[in-house]
Design a protein around this ligand. Structure first.
Ligand code: VGL
Ligand code: ZN
Length: 218
């Protein structure tokens, strides 16, 4: 099987989202060995990296009246306020050293504009500012995307929804992702992914896609 037209997108496997990080997602370290074994089977691997300036608008510290995880209304829509995380150049923003994907070809950094958040690796939360990822994928003839990483209900979901809407055949490997699940956000994210045409698969389905699950599936 030719894998030229396929890419694996590994979303935000950074210290900040792993236990001990500034926006730690419980049990997220579970996905690292799984992603390493899946990633080894892809010729095309793209990593994403949340990469915020210290004064980023999504940081609760910028909104003294608010509490972490509150939602506020900004000119581009609703914004959850997060504890400061993944600040450019900090340890929190580094990709985790157990991530073993040296053959990855591109790292997309996102969320670097102070006044716009960017969960999606394709476009920022204003739904206008592009990251350039779609152009890169089109130019490389990549038409099918497998998406894994953190967090299922935020950066994975928004990336997958944009990918599907841009016409990529888009799979999310559910058990290679970990969710934050804030006030029902996980169920809502799956509903929106489903409506956008994202295909939800599990490790147990990988063999049908010409990939090994390497005993990873339960
Ligand atoms: C993310 C919240 C804030 C994510 C990034 O990677 O899902 N979530 N920034
Ligand atoms: Zn962020």
């Amino acid at each position: 099987m030719s894998f030229d037209h396929r890419a694996l997108i590994v979303v935000d496997v950074q210290y900040g989202f792993l236990p001990g990080g500034n926006l730690a997602v419980a049990n997220a370290d579970r996905v690292i060995p799984i992603i390493n074994r899946i990633g080894a089977q892809f010729d095309n691997v793209i990593l994403t990296q949340d990469w915020h300036p210290a004064n980023h608008i999504s940081f609760v510290e910028q909104h003294p009246e608010q509490t972490a995880f509150d939602t506020i209304s900004l000119d581009y829509g609703e914004q959850v306020l997060w504890p400061s995380h993944c600040v450019q150049g900090s340890h929190d923003a580094e990709l985790h050293h157990d991530l073993n994907l040296d053959h990855a070809q591109l790292i997309i950094r996102k969320g670097f504009h102070p006044h716009i958040d960017s969960y999606s690796a394709f476009q920022e939360a204003d739904r206008k500012t592009s990251t350039g990822l779609a152009g890169y994928l089109h130019a490389r003839g990549i038409t099918e995307l497998y998406i894994v990483g953190i967090a299922t209900d935020f950066c994975v979901a928004w990336t997958a929804i944009d990918a599907a809407e841009l016409g990529f055949k888009t799979y999310v490997i559910e058990d290679a992702c970990q969710a934050i699940d804030l006030n029902g956000s996980l169920a809502q994210a799956w509903q929106k992914m489903n409506e956008a045409g994202v295909i939800r698969i599990s490790l147990a389905d990988l063999e049908k896609h010409g990939l090994h699950n390497d005993g990873l599936a339960k």
